[in-house]
Design a protein. Structure first.
Length: 138
């Protein structure tokens, strides 16, 4: 069974619209410099799905992307310690799911998004994935 994830990006740096425009070749998800987040990137498999979360500005899940290439050395890391993956756009949520809505839902209280709010790449359990998809009307 494919795993589910959440990846964060500041929309003024890389947005869901830019991700969509990257087309079928997708884009490299690079620049992760936290060991826990990097380990999550290493655990991603081709075909896994990720929620795309706009951090800082918006603070909301806005879409879904798919892992199309498993981890490789991040070319932006001069020390060659960290990895990247390749992600392609799948779809946008019909209704963005804000952090406020997530916090108000007791069934989502176990999410790392709440417990470790600074982590940029994190797993999402299948029950929470379904709840968020329903909230996002997809």
């Amino acid at each position: 069974m494919k795993k589910k994830w959440l990846v964060k990006s500041e929309p003024n740096v890389w947005s869901i619209d830019q991700q969509e425009k990257s087309g079928s070749k997708g884009t490299m998800w690079d620049g992760v410099r936290n060991y826990q987040a990097a380990n999550n990137l290493k655990a991603m498999k081709k075909g896994d799905l990720c929620f795309f979360y706009h951090s800082n500005i918006g603070k909301e899940i806005v879409g879904i992307v798919e892992v199309i290439k498993e981890y490789f050395l991040d070319p932006t890391d001069k020390k060659k310690k960290f990895v990247a993956v390749q992600l392609k756009f799948k779809n946008k949520l019909k209704k963005p799911v804000t952090l406020e809505i997530i916090r108000q839902n007791s069934e989502l209280s176990n999410l790392q998004l709440i417990k470790q709010s600074r982590l940029s790449v994190m797993p999402i359990d299948s029950k929470s994935w379904k709840i968020i998809c329903k909230l996002g009307r997809i």
